[in-house]
Design a protein around this ligand. Structure first.
Ligand SMILES: [Zn+2]
Length: 118
């Protein structure tokens, strides 16, 4: 067998699909980073010196949004501490890894989330 035929005989491996535990670990690491970023943003927002009127209005609008995100992030971290990261809060089934990649603070599967919004 020549080198060329031996080389072509080795099949190309398909692109590796990350396993669910790897995807969950990545999503959880992102969740923790987002939690720290939210804490920093809120503390900066609340501690900075006297602002101009437009700045005050912006802060007043931004603070509740950040607090809402922080609450959701903390809730998801609490579920993770209980060993329930990636498990739907509504039905107990697994949350799709893709969903957690897109939003690491998700605590419901897409079906339960859609149901909750109605
Ligand atoms: Zn569900």
């Amino acid at each position: 067998m020549t080198y060329a035929t031996r080389f072509s005989a080795t099949r190309r491996k398909p692109l590796a699909v990350p396993s669910r535990p790897a995807t969950l670990a990545r999503a959880m690491a992102r969740l923790e980073r987002e939690h720290v970023a939210l804490l920093l943003a809120l503390s900066e927002l609340e501690s900075s010196a006297v602002a101009t009127a437009p700045e005050s209005a912006l802060r007043a609008a931004l603070a509740p949004l950040l607090r809402g995100d922080l609450r959701r992030t903390q809730y998801a971290l609490g579920r993770a501490d209980a060993g329930l990261y990636g498990v739907c809060d509504g039905c107990g089934r697994s949350i799709a890894a893709r969903r957690l990649e897109l939003n690491p603070a998700s605590t419901r599967c897409s079906a339960c989330e859609a149901h909750a919004r109605v």
